[in-house]
Design a protein around this ligand. Structure first.
Ligand code: PEP
Ligand code: MG
Length: 580
């Protein structure tokens, strides 16, 4: 038996036989061709492109039918790759000028493209390498006259294990046969992970080397809720997971019923459960899971993966869509949080030694006022279409908020002068995610209408632990007493100043932490849509009095382990599924 830890991409537990998807690697041999074979090679290339185009269009139609237009758009990108004039020119040149076989010419060009994208820092662009590989494999299969490898014709239930899965692999999976998957690569925001959640197939990604470890797998357990994979489990583990699986299914079924119920404690204390989104497409998940609006809209995702800045109108359209869809619920638009691990090549910023401590988020916006003003214009323009609020990220003290508000006022003046309508009572908030902001929150509170605590960053800055460095991940402790004490300080500070306070870091979506966060006094929790029902269930299972008692006890403990044990003891009683 062997346990591997990866990234929980889609919740649920499954166990079963394994199907290796990536076994098929085409062997492409370089061959010299005679001049009279050039035109035959080129026409074979054109035929393969045409056949591939048909295949992709067919998948696109299926996906649009099964999952909706939003999920199908990725195949438009695949079609664009296929029609790329650079690609076609390079392959044709290779065949004509170097007199090499078309398979090899094509393979070489695709590999270069894939490597270029794969080595990009921007995680969105990096992710496109998988799309290039996907399209490349399809064309090669057609060039080589091979049958299309498919997950649609599987005869029995399997768990798919692959180095990486493309969106089209994922979508051709039939839920009745592919009961789960596990991959070496991947992140929570990859298209594959998004589709796994949409199809509700339990999945673990980012396992690094599962394809190397699984030579002799009889049975595999995929625990998508905890990001765990167990190879050849012993009888006892298998029995335990079978039980877990049953309880998870009953539990999920029960959770659906909670969708329209309020997030209210047994003694009548009501909080708001909102969602974090990156792109407007995610709004449907928010609705499905009963999210009461958006607590964090990471707007910088609109700027990633492209070669120029989005126009004011483009930004406006995106904000308007989300505002309209969710009205009357609030939508908190976070102004650009670029920098850190989210770079734009077209902004031409100097490389930094410590990007997380560098020209990031509000600092960048205050250094590039035209960029900032354009976003504020788009937000103001969209503000009459729903219940929008603005939130500034990476605030380190009151001065930055004052500066940002000053710029907002300038844009408002501009709108007034031009007679453009906007919501004059637009609420403005600050993210509290830097310890200096936590420690001076009273003065920041005077400048804003609300706070939202960004624990992802607050933890990294308070504990001096890089949030993306796997080697020190064990030190990244959300329950560290220092983090709890900062949370208490921020929440009390906000309430004393008469403003509300929410949380939008990943901590908000941990059902285990919910009683503690509730007891500390948070008014709003914002998280990935899929976890909303679970957190709601915990909140609805206890009293505010119990939660307060728990947080008082937790604040007196001296280690994260002790605090975790305390939380497990309490949550274990109301929702054992969460603590196992
Ligand atoms: C945070 O830091 O907790 C947060 C929600 O923002 P991001 O993860 O985008 O930095
Ligand atoms: Mg942050």
């Amino acid at each position: 038996m062997q346990k591997l830890k990866g990234i929980p991409a889609s919740p649920g537990v499954v166990m079963g036989k394994v199907f290796f998807l990536d076994k098929e690697e085409f062997e492409i041999k370089k061959r010299r061709i005679r001049e009279d074979m050039v035109s035959k090679n080129i026409s074979r290339f054109q035929e393969a492109l045409a056949k591939t185009e048909e295949e992709i269009k067919e998948i696109r139609t299926q996906v649009a039918k099964r999952l909706g237009e939003e999920e199908a758009y990725i195949f438009d990108a695949h079609l664009l790759i296929l029609k790329d004039s650079y690609l076609i020119k390079k392959v044709t040149q290779g065949v004509k000028e170097k007199l090499i076989n078309v398979e090899y010419a094509f393979f070489q060009v695709m590999e270069t493209l894939r490597e270029t994208f794969g080595s990009m820092e921007d995680s969105y662009l990096k992710g496109r390498a998988a799309d290039i590989k996907d399209v490349g494999r399809r064309v090669l299969r057609n060039l080589l006259g091979k049958e299309r490898e498919t997950l649609a014709t599987l005869e029995e239930e399997v768990i798919v294990v692959a180095h990486d899965l493309s969106p089209s692999d994922t979508v051709s999976m039939h839920k009745e046969k592919v009961i789960g998957f596990a991959t070496d690569m991947g992140s929570k925001t990859s298209h594959t992970a998004i589709m796994a959640r949409a199809l509700e197939i339990p999945a673990v990604v980012g396992l690094k080397n599962i394809t190397q470890k699984t030579q002799a797998i009889d049975t595999l357990i995929v625990d998508g809720s905890h990001g765990l994979v167990i190879i050849n489990p012993d009888k006892e583990t298998l029995k335990r997971y079978k039980k877990d699986k049953e309880s998870f299914e009953i539990f999920e079924h029960e959770l659906v019923k909670l969708r329209d119920l309020p997030a209210q404690t047994l003694d009548g204390h009501r909080v708001i459960l909102a969602a974090n989104i990156e792109v407007p497409d995610e709004v449907k998940y928010v609705k499905e899971h009963g999210g009461e609006g958006i607590g964090l809209y990471r707007t910088e995702f609109l700027h990633l993966g492209r070669s120029d800045l989005p126009s004011v109108d483009e930004q406006f359209e995106a904000y308007k869509e989300v505002a309209r869809e969710l009205a009357p619920h609030p939508v908190i638009i976070r102004t650009l949080d670029l920098g850190g691990d989210k770079f734009l090549s077209y902004l031409n910023l100097a490389p930094e030694m410590n990007p997380f401590l560098g020209l990031r988020a509000i600092r960048l916006c205050l250094a590039d006022i035209p960029l900032f003003k354009d976003q504020l214009r788009a937000i103001l323009k969209a503000s009459t279409y729903g219940n929008l609020k603005i939130m500034y990220p990476m605030i380190s003290g009151a001065e930055e908020v004052k500066k940002a508000n000053q710029i907002l006022e300038e844009v408002e003046e501009e709108f007034k002068k031009k007679g453009i309508p906007f919501n004059k009572d637009l609420e403005v908030g600050a993210m509290i995610e830097i310890p200096s902001a936590a420690l001076t929150c009273e003065s920041i509170a005077k400048e804003v209408d609300f706070f939202s605590i960004g624990t992802n960053d607050l933890i990294q800055y308070a504990l001096a632990v890089d949030r993306v460095n796997e080697n020190i991940a064990y030190l990244y402790q959300p329950l560290h007493p220092a983090v709890l004490s900062l949370l208490k300080r921020i929440i009390d500070g906000a309430h004393k100043a008469g403003i509300w306070v929410g949380i939008c870091g990943e901590m908000a979506g941990e059902p285990l932490f919910a009683p503690l966060l509730l007891g500390l006094g948070l008014d709003e929790f914002s998280m990935s849509p899929i976890v909303i029902p679970e957190v709601k269930k915990v909140i609805r299972s206890l009293t505010l009095k119990e939660a307060k008692e728990l947080s008082r006890k937790a604040l007196k403990l001296s280690t994260a382990q002790e605090i975790e044990a305390l939380l497990k003891e309490m949550v274990g009683k109301i929702m054992p599924e969460v603590t196992t």
